[in-house]
Design a protein around this ligand. Structure first.
Ligand code: NAP
Length: 264
């Protein structure tokens, strides 16, 4: 860690709140660890999920209005440290967070879980974006499981020949304009046995998903390996350079070392 930033943190007000940009399991875990320490922490959610799970610290909802809006919020709320614990595919928010922390001179940490790596037996095609995933599925019709979240589905209307099974936390509205699509509403974690049964029963031939990392959604990857199912994996987007850790426990230790928990 950079000594200048530690010095800056040391001069902060001892009760400066920590703002966690959330939407992930790790954000919730860090919030719980901070709450257990008696730290003043606030969790920020984009507000995309209709019924977010209960959080262990106060929650604020909705965008800040770009990097400038977030920087203004950091100043006005007297935030002492900003933790970007958004999903690894929330690249816009991560970029704004890094810019805003620099502009407001606030201690900044990225909490990013490590990506999954292919292991022997995996059949992965890595692609840059959903449009490329459509091309990777090819022309012949397949039974395809889409586990991408709701925001990346639109390009699949270009491949109406496939039979889609689509899983999301909230309903896909409007439904995908293809002749054959079934929907599953579910929130992880998803274990391997359940994913295996679901993929086998639906006779899925290809999965399209993000490289989310972590254990909560790895079940489908392990099940795909066991069933010999092809995985079209969206590569992670470029994220800004920042001090980063992979777990909530490491984030707590980093914040502690940086002086963000002084006085609690
Ligand atoms: P994004 O494209 O990077 O963000 C778009 C805009 O949404 C941001 O510019 C910001 O608006 C607002 N925003 C995003 N995260 C926010 C947060 N934690 N608090 C307040 N505002 C936030 O991100 P996204 O793909 O829409 O993801 C939105 C949220 O869902 C993130 O919190 C992310 O962790 C979570 N999530 C995303 C995925 C995924 O695959 N993308 C998966 C699971 C969970 P302003 O510019 O107005 O501040």
């Amino acid at each position: 860690m950079d000594s200048q930033r530690v010095a800056a943190a040391g001069s902060e007000d001892m009760t400066s709140p920590i703002l966690i940009l959330g939407g992930t399991t790790e954000a919730r875990e860090l919030a719980a660890l901070l709450a257990a320490r008696g730290a003043d922490a606030v969790l920020s959610l984009a507000g995309r999920t209709v019924n977010p799970v209960a959080m262990p610290v106060p929650v604020r909802m909705g965008g800040f209005g770009g990097a400038e809006g977030l920087a203004a919020h950091l100043r006005e709320a007297g935030i002492g440290a900003l933790v970007d614990a958004t999903h690894p595919y929330a690249a816009t928010m991560s970029r704004h967070a890094a810019q805003a922390a620099a502009a407001a001179d606030v201690l900044f940490l990225a909490l990013r879980r490590a990506p999954w790596q292919p292991v022997p037996g995996d059949d992965w095609a890595e692609v840059a974006e959903a449009r490329e995933a459509v091309a990777a599925l090819g022309v012949p019709e397949h039974r395809v499981f889409l586990a991408l979240g709701r925001q990346e589905l639109a390009p699949f209307v270009e491949a109406p020949q496939h039979d889609y099974l689509i899983r999301s936390v909230d309903p896909v509205m409007p439904p995908l304009a293809v002749p054959r699509a079934r929907y599953i509403l579910a929130r992880g974690p998803f274990d391997e046995a359940g994913e295996y049964a679901m993929l086998r029963d639906a006779r899925i031939e290809a999965i399209v998903c993000k490289n989310s990392g972590g254990t909560a959604t790895y079940g489908k990857i392990a099940a795909a390996r066991a069933l010999g199912i092809r995985v079209v994996m969206l590569r992670r987007p470029e994220l800004p350079e920042a001090p980063n850790v992979a777990t909530a426990e490491e984030a707590l230790a980093w914040l502690d070392h940086a002086g963000a928990l002084r006085g609690v």
